[in-house]
Design a protein around this ligand. Sequence first.
Ligand code: DAH
Length: 337
Amino acid sequence: MREKLEQIRSEALRPLADAGTDLEEIRVRFLGKKGELTNVLRSMGQLSPEERPKIGQLANEVRQSIEDAIKARTEAAKGRALDLKLKAEKLDVTMPGKTPEVGHLHPLERVQREMEEIFIGMGFSIAEGPDVEYDYYNFQALNIPEGHPARDTQDTFYISDSVLLRSQTSPVQVRVMEKQKPPIRIISPGRVYRSDELDATHSPLFRQMEGLVVDKGITMGDLKGMLETFAKRMFGSSTRIRFRPHHFPFTEPSAEVDVSCFVCGGCGCRVCKGEGWIEILGAGMVHPFVLRNCGIDPEIYSGFAFGMGIERVTMTRYGIDDIRLFTDNDVRFLNQF
Ligand code: DAH
């Protein structure tokens, strides 16, 4: 029986030296309920009482050595599996990553926000009005009655006889004055629409920014000072402004305002077409008729208003010569800002 046990030990341990062996098969074959070692233990009854404990001890040693070997193999297999897993999942953290491309604001949006910042810095707040507007606000309340020739230059898209796409941001002046009593100090940026053919300087859709200040004792001097401050902040501190007499139905007196060319400083170049000046806005003192229309007494209050094209300001600022570039969506153009 002693030999039998030693034979079991060596037969069990031999295959265990080989990494490819099925450990469970070995366990069942030698240590299982019907295993070889168990069979030997079952026949222990035939032994003499002196022999029994010795053989018993040997059998336990054999069992222990097989169990130890199986355990060692199991641990080794686990370690190998972990090694393989770690190798397969290896991550090189020093490899350069893929940087996602980050876009930026459209030049028009950027300039609009800069303009807003400048006016907010001078105490203005932002007012908004609808793109789809009543004829009353877009024209009539601004002293442009039906049949008035000023309507021709602002031909627009009509939804019905009395509703249209606003051709200017000036109707927001009326909407604000109807609701709010002086002092008023607002700007109103937004889209405007005109049935113009698209070319280098015209577009059926563009942006304007309206400004309105109404209070006691507001003069044209306030308008000039405020616009000069705006021009210097927007186009550079050496910028000068020039008022040219003009006519708008909703202001009296009215003016068109130019800024000195930021490229040549006023001596004339390609950008300002030899003029030295670039027109950027219309302005004037709010017409008493408009004030009265909105329930504000022109004997007590006065105000100034201005309106400028945001595309025009952006083109002037960056020397862009074609308004269509803003909507072409060509990244070679947009990436430059
Ligand atoms: N609404 C005018 C236009 O689109 C611009 C304008 C001129 C606005 C004079 C004003 C202003 O507020 O006072 O041509």
